[in-house]
Design a protein around this ligand. Structure first.
Ligand SMILES: O=C([O-])CC(=O)C(=O)O
Ligand SMILES: [Mg+2]
Length: 655
């Protein structure tokens, strides 16, 4: 019986002869593993290569099948690595490599050194024209590259020029995603060095459009897809992922993508984008990040009829079926990657988001970005605004339009912070906060029919049908929009709030830009330059009556990369609400006199890596304080330690 290594080399040899398309599909994995190569070869055999446009290779494939059989690993055997979803051989041996008992199957992952065309097709190691003379000699690259050698810096310039030449933002998105698949370090270097320009493309708002058209622009799969069909085999799917040291997972079920609603499996763009930011903004190694989309169907009729839709064509599963898949998934994450893998829930619909967070918060290292990340970033903005508006948080009166994850998440963190600062309880602090949902003001008279997360805000107030009447009745000093509906902070609403309040705080947090409750310009114009404004989507500076205001982006991407970094460097085993308070405080501290002079509530993204390190250090410090950290002893200087752990996108030398 040949060793897996031998099988791997044979398969690589065969695959490399199979032409570019297959090589493209296989290359990333082929460099690490024998079985998946044989696996791919076998899959391709049965698919007759039609999907990847390689049908003329079929004769060679039959030959490959024969060869694989000659190696006594028949293709069905290779395909049939049916693992029961249990932990492997011994404690900490999830993949069953060292101590697997004989009746347990294992995935024979192995590493080999990449060279030649395989090296050029591996996005993690490819450097394109930046390979040095020496590397070209040592790694069999001669002739595979034109003779020119250029620096990574020049490559960055070239990429930027190309991206800028596209007029359509979606084309820019596609170009950047292609780069990520081709040359990962170059992608991150470009993104990190031009973060303000490129963030709106790989992230909100353009990622929203990309998700809407995900089926049309589909090229290569990103991340891991888990569907209802995989019930009972979720751990096996995780074992197919080519990385074992996963530290951060972002998962969505696609039911509430940004403010765009149910986009089903096309929501995959969000975990992919968020994790790109974990690396670019928070310095988390890309190989330790895993984007996951869970497919339980979609209720989006347009997608169900769309021939290019990539997900299951069925209505969303709910109840026990849904819960069982999620439960299997959550357990499989810990089985595969251990207690300290961070799972970020993203863009789940309200009816699942709150209960999933509650269900898993005590058993897993989890948080919900839309509830807690958004809450922390909004709190940071409010704290930063206090020197402009005067007073403390407890002096303000808050009105929300939108009572979903973001709205009640922010409301809760405000109440928590006020209660920590003053002598009031959280219950008392909630009294200064009111919510308007699609049925009007949330009041006590509606209590019975309210969803649980809104009930703490059902105050004893007269009813109000809409936002404007609620503003008139309650006279809030802070107006926060998390409704997912564009244009809802109307001229009347903005004029009303500025009629009685000197410096109202207006936060229009819905995403993408089309769903923003108002634009930055509208906010300044209709409040006659009185307001302090922030938004969830990016807006350029606004000049009103000769004064220029810089619009801070109150987006959770300031917070989640630092939360991840803090959890990883401290080895945290649970996420605690106080870590979000610490993160918000660390972010608010970044605002100085210069920012305040321009009404800017959030620092520039160009400083984000430093900011993430501060947030990471604050989060880690809190984890140590709460006894939730396992990485001991605690580093003396957590900020320096956080910085030292951050991924650099610069090319490494290959020996
Ligand atoms: O992705 C963003 O820009 C913020 C966010 O989490 C959401 O809107 O769901
Ligand atoms: Mg989100």
């Amino acid at each position: 019986m040949p060793s897996p290594r031998t099988v791997g080399s044979h398969a690589i040899l065969l695959l490399s002869r199979c032409g570019r398309q297959l090589g493209d599909v296989a290359s990333r994995r082929s460099l690490y593993s024998a079985a998946p190569i044989a696996d791919l070869a076998a899959q391709s055999l049965s698919a007759g290569f039609r999907d990847i446009g390689c049908s003329r290779r079929q004769r060679k494939l039959s030959a490959m099948d024969t060869q694989l059989r000659g190696l006594q690993i028949s293709t069905p055997d290779v395909l049939d690595l049916k693992n029961t979803p249990t932990v492997g051989g011994g404690v900490g041996d999830t993949f069953g490599e060292d101590a697997a008992t004989e009746d347990q199957t294992l995935t024979p992952w192995t590493r080999i050194v990449a060279s030649g065309s395989e090296l050029l097709r591996d996005p993690r190691y490819n450097k394109g024209l930046a390979f040095t003379e020496e590397e070209r000699d040592r790694h069999y690259l001669r002739g595979l590259l034109p003779p020119t050698i250029i620096s990574q810096e020049l490559q960055v310039e070239r990429v930027l020029q190309n991206v800028r030449s596209y007029k359509n933002p979606l084309e820019k998105y596609i170009a950047l995603m292609d780069l990520q698949e081709r040359n990962e370090r170059l992608f991150y270097k470009v993104l990190m060095e031009h973060v303000e320009e490129l963030l709106p493309i790989v992230y909100t708002p353009v990622v929203g459009e990309a998700c809407q058209k995900y089926g049309n622009i589909f090229r290569r799969p990103h991340g891991l897809y888990i569907s209802l069909k995989d019930r009972g085999n979720v751990l096996d799917l995780l074992k197919n992922w080519p990385e074992k040291n996963v530290e951060v997972i972002v998962v969505t079920d696609g039911e509430r993508i940004l403010g765009l609603g149910d986009l089903g499996l096309h929501g995959m763009g969000i975990p992919v984008g968020k994790l790109a930011l974990y690396t670019a903004l928070g310095g988390i190694r890309p190989s330790s990040t895993l984007p996951i989309a869970i497919d339980v169907g979609t209720n989006n009729e347009t997608l169900l009829k769309d021939p290019f839709y990539i997900g299951l064509r069925q209505k969303r599963a709910t109840g026990k079926e849904y819960d069982a898949l999620l439960d299997e998934f959550m357990n499989a994450c810990k089985q595969a990657y251990g207690e300290k893998v961070l799972v970020q829930f993203e863009d789940f619909a309200n009816h699942n988001a709150f209960r999933l967070l509650q269900k898993y918060a005590t058993t897993h290292l989890v948080f919900n970005d839309d509830i807690q990340g958004t809450a922390a970033v909004a709190l940071a903005g409010l704290v930063a605004a206090l020197p402009i508006t005067g007073g403390t948080l407890a002096d303000h009166k808050f009105l929300f339009l939108g009572a979903g994850e973001a709205g009640t998440g922010i409301a809760e963190i405000i109440a928590l912070e006020v209660s920590k600062q003053g002598k009031t309880s959280v219950e008392e602090a909630r009294k200064a906060i009111s919510l308007v949902d699609s049925k009007g003001l949330v009041t006590k008279s509606r209590y019975e029919s309210l969803q649980e997360h809104k009930r703490p805000y059902a105050h004893d107030l007269p009813p109000a049908q809409d936002l404007l009447s609620a503003v008139k009745a309650l006279k809030p000093t802070v107006l926060i929009g998390t409704s997912g509906k564009g244009g809802t902070f109307t001229r009347e609403v903005l004029e009303e709030i500025s009629s009685y309040q000197d410096k109202p705080i207006i936060m229009a947090l819905s995403n993408p830009t089309s769903q923003s409750e108002c634009t930055a310009e509208e906010a300044y114009k209709y409040t006659k330059g009185k307001c302090v404004f922030a938004s969830g989507s990016p807006f350029g500076p606004v000049t009103y009556e000769g004064k220029t205001y810089v619009v801070g982006q109150s987006n959770n991407c300031y917070i989640f990369p630092g939360i991840g970094l803090g959890c990883i460097i401290s080895g945290a085993i649970r996420v605690h609400d106080d870590m979000f308070l610490a993160a918000a405080e660390a972010l608010a501290k970044q605002i100085n006199e210069d920012h305040l002079a321009k009404n800017q509530l959030y620092p520039a993204f160009s400083e984000i890596r430093e900011i993430s390190a501060h947030i990471g250090a604050a989060v880690a410090a809190k984890a140590y304080e709460l006894g939730l950290a396992t990485r001991l002893p605690q580093p003396k200087d957590l900020f320096a330690y956080a910085k030292s752990c951050m991924y650099s996108p610069n090319y490494r030398k290959y020996r």
